[in-house]
Design a protein around this ligand. Structure first.
Ligand SMILES: CC(C)(COP(=O)(O)OP(=O)(O)OC[C@H]1O[C@@H](n2cnc3c(N)ncnc32)[C@H](O)[C@@H]1OP(=O)(O)O)[C@@H](O)C(=O)NCCC(=O)NCCS
Length: 206
């Protein structure tokens, strides 16, 4: 099973590791820094985005390994439009309820949990040790960073970034492209495009 990862980043390395643990045997990267960039840790960088587009039929699956939400969204849409087989990667040490949904192009890393009736969209990063509790909705191309917790029924719109170790109270809404700083304790809804941080979380930028 051959997997191409677009984006030879540090995050991409964790995607590659999770993919191998999940059974992908031949994992390679593509990145627009090629040919200057030839390796990403132990994995080869074989070409740029155009090279991947030309070689899609050689891969059983493709996934975007870029941490930036907007860029990941852009690249995944490009791949889908080109007919790529965009796959979901779930590390075998993650727990995803059989009654949860995880969309295409999303990655769920080791020790992460998506509990019953969680609804994780497309191209989402559910990072190491993070928790998406029951009935949460996570919009497309969002990122739940390591050890962050979304309590039951929290709703994130598209392209949200919840920082490492942050917590979001149950049933709250986080607006499109909002950022929750690392370690924040979110006790109120977060408006679209704003940045909040602290305990309890306050608006840093609106
Ligand atoms: C919240 C965040 C996005 C702000 O980044 P920024 O806009 O570059 O802000 P700055 O670093 O300029 O900080 C602005 C102020 O907010 C404070 N601040 C920044 N992040 C904070 C946080 N998480 N909690 C509390 N205060 C924070 C800074 O100390 C600074 O305060 P000051 O003006 O009194 O000096 C960023 O700090 C953050 O938490 N990012 C998430 C990182 C993460 O989780 N990475 C995981 C990747 S897998």
């Amino acid at each position: 099973m051959r997997l191409a990862i677009l984006g030879a980043s540090g995050h991409g390395k964790v995607v590659a590791d999770a993919a191998e643990a999940a059974g992908w045997q031949d994992v390679v990267f593509f990145d627009d820094a090629w040919p200057g960039l030839q390796e990403n840790g132990p994995w080869l960088v074989k070409g740029d985005t155009n090279a991947l587009m030309d070689a899609l039929s050689e891969y059983d699956g493709v996934v975007v390994g870029i941490g930036n939400n907007a860029i990941r969204a852009n690249k995944q849409v490009q791949l889908v439009n080109a007919g790529a087989a965009v796959v979901t990667i779930v590390h075998p040490a993650a727990t995803v309820s059989p009654h949860a949904r995880v969309g295409s192009g999303s990655v769920v890393f080791a020790q992460a949990v998506v509990n019953a009736c969680g609804n994780v969209g497309a191209g989402v990063i559910v990072n190491t040790g993070s928790v998406v509790e029951h009935d949460c909705v996570v919009g497309d191309f969002s990122h739940i960073s390591p050890n962050a917790v979304l309590a039951g029924g929290a709703r994130l719109q598209e392209q949200c970034w919840v920082g490492a170790g942050a917590s979001v109270r149950q049933l709250l809404e986080v607006g499109t492209a909002a950022v929750v700083g690392m370690g924040a304790v979110v006790t109120k809804d977060v408006s679209a495009g704003s940045v909040v941080a602290g305990t309890p979380a306050r608006v840093l930028k609106s």
